[in-house]
Design a protein around this ligand. Structure first.
Ligand code: UD1
Length: 420
């Protein structure tokens, strides 16, 4: 298994963010809604994308992926089983359920199971699709669904932790081919859902309100193929902002959408960053001149501060003067990185869904182990900010979600290298 060797670094220069993994994955699933050809650009070259390609191939799609462009064509429209061996590695594969059901009238998708960031139920996905008329049962670890004719309905999709991104995606993708009108209330408003809505519209769907909590859909009989460009990865951009903060560096992030990062800018500024945004050129300049200040962060569904940046900002706050509090409201148990950061000299305690961080003057390099995708980014950031060298193992997690991360960091001057 590959490892990263990381040591204290000062970053400078320019970095370009890749296309958004979390936008690309549901869009790829949406290609199941038509047998026509799709060309999807700005798709990041990542392990999760390869997994989704394999799932779509099993489901009868013919795919080529070159230079971040994905071409999807149809070989057969009869297959409907997404197998466990692929689904277990990536939860997003569960969003094949809605489009398979809508287009092929039946679907058998392995249940994704648990995850180190806490329990991850699929009740909202099932509730939404059942309201559209699907007959769903769970058998031997698979979600089996059938529906001869999906029918539009009024669906409330709020859950105990707010809206659900992929449940909203699943229900949107089923409703665009259902008979009649659907109203999704308490829909997720994430930019990735907005991107999926744009994609479905390009396919010819009659869909309005995506990107807001109320989505209105009038079902169509069929949809067409299309060309589409995936939005930039806001979580990758936020990760570079966190890296700039933790290392006291200045850098320019290019190709991101500043409008997707308002909550992140707010927190970064409170911690001590100076941020200059050029909306026209899509440039974000971050400077961290002084000492870091403690802040309180609450993670929330969009437009709140993203849970997917909680770990990376915890790594910064480990060095900020004073006591910071993080309230994790999306995944209350998402604190696996905490113990690893403490091994690097941080002083962080978990109390239920809260992390209390007592900022330290210095972090110290150590051997650490990544538990999940964003936690691995946090450990790399901590390693770049710590005195002495660090070794981060299990970095296959980071390869799931960050395209060429070490090349990008090395170009900024980071001392990071991969060992096999
Ligand atoms: C997506 C993102 C993930 C991000 C998360 C929250 C992708 C591929 N992944 O995951 O990176 O961390 O949004 O922003 O886009 N819930 C239920 N019942 C359900 C579904 C979810 O109670 O049926 C709960 C979850 O346990 C969690 C909260 O709702 O507490 C939000 O989860 P959700 O938005 O569904 O996350 P994903 O869409 O799986």
């Amino acid at each position: 298994m590959d490892k990263f060797i990381v040591s204290k670094s000062k970053l400078s220069g320019t970095v370009r963010v890749s296309g958004s993994k979390n936008a690309a994955l549901p869009i790829m699933a949406a290609t199941l809604l038509s047998e026509e050809k799709f060309v999807i650009k700005n798709v990041p070259s990542l392990k999760d994308i390869t997994t989704m390609i394999k799932i779509l191939e099993v489901l009868g799609k013919k795919i080529s992926f070159q230079a971040n462009t994905l071409t999807v064509e149809s070989k057969t429209k009869r297959r409907y089983v997404a197998p466990y061996r692929l689904v277990k590695t990536m939860r997003a594969s569960f969003c094949c359920l809605g489009p398979l059901l809508a287009k092929r009238k039946k679907a058998k998708v392995a249940l994704p199971g648990g995850c180190v960031i806490g329990p991850r139920p699929v009740d909202l996905h099932i509730k939404g699709l059942t309201h559209l008329g699907a007959d769903i049962s769970i058998e031997r670890g698979y979600c089996q669904a059938k529906a001869d004719n999906l029918k539009g309905n009024h669906i409330y999709l709020g859950g105990p932790f707010g809206s659900s991104v992929l449940a909203t995606a699943n229900v949107m993708m089923a409703a665009v081919l259902a008979k009649g009108s659907t109203l999704i209330e308490h829909a997720a408003c994430e930019p990735e859902i907005n991107a999926l809505g744009q994609f479905l519209k390009k396919m010819g769907a009659d869909i309005q309100g995506f990107g807001t909590p109320l989505i209105r859909i009038k079902g169509k009989k069929s949809l067409a193929g299309c060309e589409f460009k995936v939005i930039p990865d806001r979580i990758e951009a936020g990760t570079f902002i966190a890296a700039s903060l933790a290392t006291g560096s200045g850098l320019e992030i290019k190709g991101a959408e500043p409008g997707h990062l308002t909550s992140v800018f707010e927190i970064a500024k409170k911690i001590g960053a100076k941020i200059t945004v050029n909306n026209k050129t899509k440039s974000i300049k971050v400077k961290t001149p002084g000492k870091l200040k403690a802040v309180n962060i609450t993670t929330l569904p969009y437009p709140g501060f993203p849970t997917d940046l909680q770990a990376q900002f915890m790594a910064c706050l480990a060095k900020a003067k004073g006591i910071s509090l993080i309230h994790e409201k999306v995944y209350p148990d998402r604190f696996m990185h905490l113990a690893e950061l403490n091994r690097m000299g941080a002083s962080i305690q978990k109390l239920g869904p809260y992390a209390i961080i007592e900022g330290q003057k210095n972090l110290k390099g150590a051997e650490t182990q990544a538990s999940d995708l964003r936690a691995s980014a946090a450990l790399v950031i901590a390693g770049l900010a710590a005195k002495g060298g660090s070794k981060v193992s299990r970095i296959y997690h980071i390869d799931r979600g960050y395209e060429n991360i070490e090349e990008k960091l090395q170009k900024l001057g980071a001392n990071i290298k991969r060992i096999k």
